[in-house]
Design a protein around this ligand. Structure first.
Ligand SMILES: Cc1cc2nc3c(=O)[nH]c(=O)nc-3n(C[C@H](O)[C@H](O)[C@H](O)COP(=O)(O)OP(=O)(O)OC[C@H]3O[C@@H](n4cnc5c(N)ncnc54)[C@H](O)[C@@H]3O)c2cc1C
Length: 250
């Protein structure tokens, strides 16, 4: 099914063609888009009002389903960036130029539109600010970790959460300002930082993990593999490393 068959490619942000559809067992809900911002040209921050929402745990995701006029559907997963205390669900979507769903969400969706969503989903990659955690995210992989960071702050336990955030350049890193302000180590492979020359993430970027924190690693399959093996070299027990991969889906 070509991307041009999805609603986003046909008629702008006309909410009528984002059909809510039937809500099968499994909890599909019709969420209303309250805010859309574009923190960078390639990303959209989408804030949704999800009716009768079940509170999520930081690290969980929602599935978003689009329906074309001919009934064709495409579903993709998006991590929640907002903490449970936020009345809206915040997603951060990076537009892939040849992507079926992300282009619509990043370029076409507008406040007032509706979206079918199902969630929150995931029981393994979650953290409730109850014990020390170290999070390592690459690119949009920082999104679920931002929910954890915000939750730690909400709970008054920021000292329990240590974050390492990696990207090519500062402008490619979602939530860069917030992460830096919260004391995250920022690792840029193609840009120097005052505290770190440009270069891929390495062992020196990770804290000592021998004390046994839960380690959350999130990003592309390649990033997840590199960062999780670094975590083990930094002393993490393999069982304490939890990985979420943002590979192509659908
Ligand atoms: C748990 C989870 C959480 C996620 N959270 C986020 C998030 O917070 N933010 C975010 O931006 N993304 C997130 N993702 C990724 C997201 O679900 C989508 O995969 C992403 O948005 C791309 O979807 P798309 O429909 O735009 O691209 P797709 O149409 O799925 O294409 C993705 C890529 O695969 C290529 N491709 C597609 N089909 C083929 C094929 N047959 N052969 C070869 N290549 C192909 C495309 O060219 C494109 O480059 C998450 C994924 C998971 C699993």
């Amino acid at each position: 099914m070509p991307a041009s068959s999805l609603p986003g490619a046909t008629a702008g942000s006309d909410a009528a063609i984002l059909r809510p559809g039937r809500a099968p067992a499994g909890g599909w809900r019709t969420a209303t888009v309250r805010e859309v911002a574009h923190p960078t040209p390639r990303t959209a921050m989408i804030r949704l009002d999800v009716p009768a929402r079940v509170d999520h745990l930081p690290g969980q995701h929602y599935v978003v389903r689009l329906t074309a006029p001919d009934g064709y559907t495409a579903s993709r997963s998006y991590s929640v960036a907002s903490p449970p205390s936020d009345p809206l669900i915040e997603l951060l979507v990076e537009r892939l130029d040849d992507g079926e769903v992300s282009g619509f969400l990043a370029d076409v969706l507008a406040p007032g539109d509706t979206l079918e969503v199902r969630g929150p989903i995931g029981g393994w990659f979650v953290w409730d600010a109850d014990r020390p955690a170290v999070a390592v995210g690459g690119g949009t992989g920082v999104v679920p970790l931002v929910a954890m960071l915000r939750h730690a702050r909400d709970r008054g336990r920021p000292e329990l959460f240590t974050m390492v955030a990696a990207a090519g350049r500062w402008a490619d890193l979602p939530y860069a300002e917030e992460l830096a302000a919260a004391g995250a180590r920022i690792v840029l492979s193609r840009e120097d930082r005052p505290e770190r020359p440009a270069g891929r993430i390495g062992l020196d970027d990770l804290p000592d993990l021998t004390a046994g924190p839960t380690v959350f690693v999130c990003g592309s399959a390649a990033f997840a593999e590199a960062a999780s093996s670094l975590a083990v070299r930094a002393g993490a027990d393999e069982d304490s490393v939890r990985v979420e991969r943002f590979g192509p889906s659908g």
